[in-house]
Write a protein that binds this ligand. Structure first.
Ligand SMILES: Cc1cc2nc3c(=O)[nH]c(=O)nc-3n(C[C@H](O)[C@H](O)[C@H](O)COP(=O)(O)OP(=O)(O)OC[C@H]3O[C@@H](n4cnc5c(N)ncnc54)[C@H](O)[C@@H]3O)c2cc1C
Length: 350
């Protein structure tokens, strides 16, 4: 039996579809939304195979940006025929110029069901005065229709397949919570916007979006009664206004905890995360998995939380909001997703 036949046989036996696929896409449109945000639309017939079962919410994808003057590496070939697991190591094994750079982005809108499947991604153009930034920001600033990248994202066939596990690219998971708090900086604006657009009418709460400039404020459509507040940084310290807004929205005295009783003296200190060394990523799904794996009977089944918070953006800001909500207020960690989307002064690894 050849390698390929063995892999096919294993896959048939497991009766699962690969969860992720590589999509070789082409830029079909570039639109400057505001001074900070540039919307890049990716198209390609292969995108008919892209998708999740429901709304995309905060669906994340990986984008492989080719090195200047080079073609994108053939990730689809590296994923092989059914052996998707080892592609990342194979990609890492390429020399730096052939490899390009892999970065994480949010699907702002997906229109993959029609005859011209497309995905929109809103890039933050974080460039210095000389037009220099990270590989993704520089690529986005120069992008033109016809440019090609590779997107690694969910396989629509697996999303519809009952035997496949779920694609881990969506963190928004409020369960039955009808009171939500969303807070993020500009990198989280695409995710928060997509989440708000998908929320039903019976959900309320608050959303805070901190952006560099007043001109970055854009309308968001939502059936929900979540109150949306934009915070223009206008040169102030990153996260300063967002943290103040969260503190104002979730006050220490009078906070009602998961049990329905007020949290008397705040909560416990969450273990510190050195955001310079580690990725700050703490979500209810991860905590629930840890509880189930350690065979501890969860007192609070998933989906019963009355309140749910989703916080994303620069990691030090997220850490500070996490400390406030968990330690000072006493919000249960299973009610909050905290996600460091980027780290000041550090490139995204790979
Ligand atoms: C799940 C997830 C979803 C995301 N969704 C989006 C999205 O939809 N749109 C989006 O624009 N970003 C998004 N991000 C953030 C994006 O991945 C990072 O900003 C990434 O570092 C950009 O890559 P780069 O090559 O431009 O910069 P890197 O090479 O990673 O970094 C180079 C330098 O730029 C700094 N830097 C990185 N990002 C920023 C920034 N936003 N502002 C100021 N300085 C920065 C770094 O600290 C570093 O000093 C998301 C991140 C995650 C984890």
């Amino acid at each position: 039996m050849t390698d390929v036949t063995q892999r096919r046989a294993r896959r048939t036996a497991a009766d699962t579809e690969p969860m992720v696929l590589a999509f070789d896409v082409v830029v079909t449109a570039v639109q400057d939304l505001t001074p900070t945000f540039r919307r890049i639309t990716f198209g390609g017939a292969c995108l008919t195979g892209f998708g999740v079962a429901g709304d995309t919410l905060d669906l994340r994808i990986k984008i492989v940006i080719p090195s200047e003057g080079r073609a994108c590496p053939d990730i689809a070939a590296m994923m092989g025929d059914g052996d998707a697991a080892g592609w990342y190591q194979r990609w890492l094994g390429l020399d730096a110029a052939s490899r390009g750079s892999m970065r994480t982005y949010t699907v702002r809108e997906s229109r993959c069901g029609g005859p011209r499947p497309e995905i929109d991604v809103d890039f933050v153009l974080h460039l210095d005065a000389h037009g220099r930034g990270g590989p993704a920001a520089e690529w986005a600033a120069a992008a033109q229709p016809g440019d090609r990248v590779c997107i690694i994202g969910p396989n629509a066939a697996a999303a519809q397949c009952r035997t496949a596990g779920s694609y881990g690219g969506i963190e928004w998971s409020p369960g039955l919570a009808q009171h939500v708090l969303l807070a993020g900086d500009e990198t989280a604006v695409p995710a928060i916007s997509a989440i708000l657009e998908a929320l039903p009418a019976d959900v309320g709460g608050q959303a805070f979006l901190e952006v560099p400039d007043e001109q970055d404020i854009r309308p968001i459509r939502s059936r929900s009664s979540v109150q949306v507040t934009w915070l223009a940084r206008d040169g102030r310290t990153h996260g300063e206004q967002l943290e103040a807004a969260v503190q104002d929205a979730v006050r220490v005295p009078g906070w009602v905890s998961l049990s329905g009783r007020p949290a008397p003296r705040g909560g416990s200190e969450p273990e510190d995360v050195d955001v310079d060394r580690t990725i700050l990523w703490e979500t209810p799904q991860l905590l629930e998995t840890a509880i189930v794996q350690s065979s501890v009977n969860p007192e609070r089944p998933p989906g019963t939380q009355p309140f749910y918070a989703w916080i994303a953006g620069e990691a030090a800001m997220v850490r500070s909001v996490r400390r406030y909500l968990v330690r000072d207020v006493g919000v249960d960690r299973k009610q909050v997703a905290f996600m460091g989307y980027w780290r000041k002064g550090r490139s995204e690894p790979a």
